[in-house]
Design a binder for this molecule. Sequence first.
Ligand code: ADP
Ligand code: MG
Length: 317
Amino acid sequence: DHLISQIAAGEVVERPSAVVKELLENALDAGSSSITIRLEEGGVKRIAIIDNGRGIPPDQLPLALQRHATSKIATLEELENVATLGFRGEALASISSVAVLTVTTRTADAPHAWQIENGKITPASGGQGTTVDVQDLYYNTPARRKFLKSEQTEFGHCAEVVRRIALARPDVSFSLSHNGKTVDHWNVSAFDKRSASILGDAFSSARLAIDESAGPLRLHGFIGLPTASKGRADAQYFYVNGRFVRDKLLTHAVRAAYQDVLHGDRYPSYVIALDLDPALVDVNVHPSKIEVRFRDSRSVHQFVFHAINRALAQTSA
Ligand code: ADP
Ligand code: MG
């Protein structure tokens, strides 16, 4: 069973940033309004995520670390309509099979916190919420560890995961540190302010607000004017029902909409969200994949293309 866990872990947590993503999603699912991310040595030495969410009751603590133990999906029907971010119940189990995992947690009504490490539960101190501390990632799977890139590269991937999530959740404050130094900090704010502070001044001074609906589809957010385009594809954020995706169909629709106004080898900058009935989209693909499957991909493509194309056409008219 340990081997099976490690194999599954390779899929769920292929590098430190994948661990960060899973833990942040758990923190958000727990209703947190403030999340601190502390990384050491690109996340390989340590990933600590501190949230102020609802916590885990002590009797559920051992279960939370077991494979396919999720408190979030009770029926198959629910699986079709996932509202929470995590639902497979394998992140914590996978992480604990390839790292030293300590969870400290306290619910609102508990007199004190509880900590679990190595299957042992002990009383602990701490306020309401959960701290998940992941140390020495892949210590027991050296082959995977060898696969990792430099500390700065791994940290870069982690920071990007934090940015993607912070853009989608301006109602939550985030703080990110690396090797003891605070790298990013975002207070709770509105979406336009959050996106301005993450994407920078160049983007926020040359962007268009977009908000279009058609039937069950809504597209909203900001798209960069052609003058804000860059030679790098590093400011493209697309969300489907609150999840960051990098999907061929969507990327193509955006690119096609910009085709007549973008010159040379340039990329548009954007942060846009597509919201639709969860029954019309399958996000239950693969934990580490950021692709989605639409029931009617043709009409989604057309909708996205036309919404952006129209907005851009108005500025050049
Ligand atoms: P999943 O998120 O798919 O349910 P995980 O392995 O990520 O599976 O987490 C297992 C369970 O542990 C969750 O269903 C949840 O009940 C609990 N849990 C994990 N992280 C947190 C957290 N930060 N706050 C509250 N509960 C948590
Ligand atoms: Mg989860």
